[in-house]
Structure formats: structure tokens, C-alpha cells
Design a protein around this ligand. Structure first.
Ligand code: ASP
Ligand code: MG
Length: 407
């Protein structure tokens, strides 16, 4: 079976015209006798709209019911695309995850995929159907809808490509035609990358690049599913391959591959804590149990046995985190909490950092020449991140892109 697994993002299904356009493309694939599984996102803006309505009713909505609401955007897209295909005389059917057993755990809004049933899909493909799957969701053992985290349609596509043993997974986009050295909307000098390794892409996604969901990249790496990111409309334009580093041609490799920024982080300082064993654990345990991802952590040097601890978390989780900290105030024993939403996380990513020295110095120098103050720093083997003032973000990208000659 010559199988193609494609995922279309929110902008690609953003209007009737666009839905008809991709239906035409899928029709062409069927004419070439290919079996096609399509994963769709919600129409652009739809998930945000549903999120806003829900949050108007409740700041911290019931998790099961929240998933019930925000999973509907994808279902609409899947139905609409199937209707468009049928209208063009292409056999098509939309198939909810509950119908083919895309099983997840119970962690609503951030569910992990446990298994993917393929029998029903394979049968439908054999009968000549295009199978259209609403992305971003699964079903738990109780039969409730769960969602896979924002951007989760990518994960659905990767999971299906792996389960159905496709050669690769195509991710089609209407707003970008591949992975760029930095966000082309913020910096005109950004260039398209032909090949990027899984770990680099994972860092880029985790650090703010919105092109692919981080969890999906991690999953693709673990299951060795090659990803091809390309344009929905510019069908002949070359896209970006995400794959194992060892398969990337040497001439395509650079020390720094990309620069990302993340404006969706916030910073919390818990001040006046005691400098004794167990305090950090008392702070982070309940936060971790709530499924909130803490990124950078810095603890200051203590004076008079008192100290501060600063960390970053997604802005979306700020209210929840503050609530958790307040309810644990006596247990943790701190003086106050300071929140800061006006930060940007700016990062440089590149596998070449493993073998080259002096990269951090060049980054700090470049930021200092642009008079940008760094308030937190963190590093890994292939990335360096700095927290800076949000208003300086664009300037930081420009100077770093020039410093590392990515243009
Ligand atoms: N619609 C969901 C979101 O906006 C999932 C996705 O598009 O991948 O996050
Ligand atoms: Mg997306």
C-alpha cells in the first residue's frame, strides 16, 4: 500500500476556499492510486476562540469539560473536509479517535498517547476511502475525550504515521513553507533550513518556534518517523526535513541552526524562603503534580539564611501556579510571590555547540552590544537561552542572526 499521511494546519483549513483547495490536492493523490490519511487542525483561531469562551465562564475550568469544548474545532474541520471530498466524488470519511481507539492517559489538556488502533483505518483504506482524522485529541480508558496539548494535531499525525508504518509524515502549512532560522515575520533575513535534526527541532519547538509541536517532535524521534514540513499552496517549493542527525548531508550542517523566541513564558519569584533542605521540593512538587512544566530555575545566594527562588512557567499556567503556591504558603514558608509576564525567552540552537567553544560568549557579547539586559540564563548541550525584557525581543533576534551569520 502506497500510503501518504498528511496533516493540514489551521490556516490550511481556514476557509471554504482553502478546504476546497486541499481537497483538490488530496483528489490528485487518490488519482495516483495513493492511500491517504489526513489529520486536520481546527480552522485558524477556532481553538483560541473556544478557549476564550470557556475562560469567560471559569478561570480554571473543569478539565474534562474543557477538553470536551476545545476538541470540537478539529471535528468540524474533519467533517468539512470529508464533505468537500465527497462533493468531488472522492470516497472519504471522518473518523474520531474514539472510533479507531487512539488511546491516551487521563491527563486532560496534556494527554500522552498510549496506543493507536489501526484496524479500522486499514479496512477503510482498503475500501478506497480517504480517512480524515480530527487532530489534537484522543480518548481515555473511560471513553472521555482528552486533548494532546496545543499544537497537538502534529502529534496525532506522527502517531498515525508510525502506527500505519508510513515512510514519513507530511506536515502542510499555509503560513510558513518550512522551518526557518528564525521567525520570518520578526526578521526578514530569516532563511529556510533544508534539514534539521530531531534534537535541534525539539529545542526549537520547546523554545518558542510554533511550527511544530515539541511533543510531536519528541515522539517522531523516539519512533523514528521522518517529518517533512512544506507549504500547502506552493506545492513545488522545497520544504524542511526533520530527521536523524546522522542522515543529514554534511554540507547542510552549521554550528548554530536557529534562533527562537518565546513570548508565552512568565517568571515567578518566591521570595523570603528559608535556605534549608527540602524547600525547593516543597515548591516544585505540587506544581509538577499539576502537570505544569517549569523551565528555568535560579536560586539566589542567601543572606541571613533567607533566599529567593525564581523560575519560568508558561503564561497560561501562571494563575494556576500562583494559586498552588498560595495554598501551600505556610508549608513552604515564604514572604511573597512576584510575577512578571513581560519577559521574552530568546535562544540559540545548534548541534555544532557540542564541538565548538565560545558560542555563549558570542551570544552575551552580541546582546550586550545591543544594550539588552539578561535576567536569567540556561544552557544545554545544544542550546543557550536567555530571559530578557519582552520589548527587546526583536532587536535581540536581529543582532544574534547577524552574529551567527545565519542569513
Ligand atoms: N487546534 C489546536 C491548537 O490550536 C491543535 C492544533 O492546531 O494542532 O492548538
Ligand atoms: Mg499547529
Amino acid at each position: 500500500m502506497d500510503l501518504v499521511v498528511q496533516k493540514y494546519g489551521g490556516t490550511s483549513v481556514g476557509s471554504v476556499k482553502k478546504i476546497n483547495f486541499i481537497a483538490q490536492n488530496i483528489r490528485k493523490l487518490r488519482k495516483q492510486k495513493k492511500s491517504v490519511v489526513v489529520v486536520v487542525s481546527a480552522m485558524a483561531g477556532e481553538t483560541d476562540r473556544l478557549d476564550k469562551i470557556t475562560k469567560k465562564i471559569s478561570k480554571i475550568p473543569d478539565e474534562k469539560e474543557y477538553d470536551q469544548v476545545i476538541s470540537t474545532g478539529e471535528k468540524i474541520s474533519a467533517g468539512l473536509l470529508s464533505i468537500a471530498l465527497i462533493e468531488m466524488n472522492v470516497k472519504a470519511i471522518s473518523l474520531d479517535p474514539s472510533k479507531f481507539n487512539l488511546l491516551t492517559d487521563d491527563l486532560h489538556s496534556k494527554a500522552q498517547i498510549l496506543s493507536v488502533g489501526t484496524e479500522r483505518i486499514k479496512n477503510l483504506l482498503k475500501k478506497g476511502f480517504v480517512v480524515v482524522v480530527p487532530g489534537f485529541q484522543g480518548v481515555n480508558s473511560k471513553g472521555d475525550v482528552t486533548t494532546l496539548g496545543r499544537g497537538g494535531s502534529d502529534l496525532t499525525a506522527v502517531a498515525l504515521a508510525s502506527a500505519l508504518k508510513a515512510t514519513h509524515c507530511e506536515l502542510l502549512k499555509d503560513d510558513v513553507d518550512g522551518i526557518y532560522t528564525t521567525d520570518p515575520r520578526l526578521y526578514k533575513g530569516a532563511k529556510k533550513i533544508n534539514y534539521i535534526s530531531y534534537p535541534e527541532m525539539l529545542e526549537m519547538s520547546s523554545l518558542g518556534s510554533k511550527v511544530l509541536q515539541a511533543k510531536a517532535v519528541e515522539y517522531a524521534n523516539n519512533l523514528q518517523v521522518k517529518l517533512y514540513v512544506k507549504s500547502t499552496s506552493k506545492t513545488s517549493t522545497r520544504g524542511t526535513w526533520v530527521m536523524d542527525e546522522k542522515n543529514i548531508p554534511i554540507k547542510e550542517k552549521r554550528i548554530i541552526t536557529g534562533i527562537t523566541h518565546d513570548l508565552k513564558q512568565s517568571k515567578i519569584t518566591v521570595s523570603g524562603i528559608e535556605d534549608i533542605p527540602g524547600v525547593a521540593s516543597k515548591i516544585f512538587k505540587p506544581i509538577g503534580s499539576a502537570g505544569i512544566v517549569v523551565d528555568m530555575i535560579v536560586q539566589n545566594i542567601s543572606t541571613n539564611k533567607k533566599t529567593d527562588l525564581t523560575f519560568t512557567i508558561p503564561k497560561d499556567d501562571l494563575n494556576k501556579t500562583v494559586k498552588i503556591l498560595k495554598s501551600n504558603m505556610t508549608k513552604i514558608n515564604y514572604k511573597k510571590i512576584i510575577q512578571d509576564k513581560n519577559i521574552a525567552l530568546i535562544s540559540i540552537v545548534g548541534a555544532g555547540m557540542k564541538t565548538h567553544t565560545g558560542i555563549a560568549t558570542r551570544m552575551f557579547d552580541s546582546l550586550s552590544k545591543s544594550k539588552i539586559n539578561i535576567s536569567m540564563i540556561s544552557t544545554s548541550e545544544i542550546k543557550i537561552s536567555c530571559v530578557i525584557e519582552q520589548t527587546k525581543c526583536k532587536k535581540a533576534i536581529q543582532s544574534l542572526h547577524k552574529e551567527f551569520k545565519l542569513g
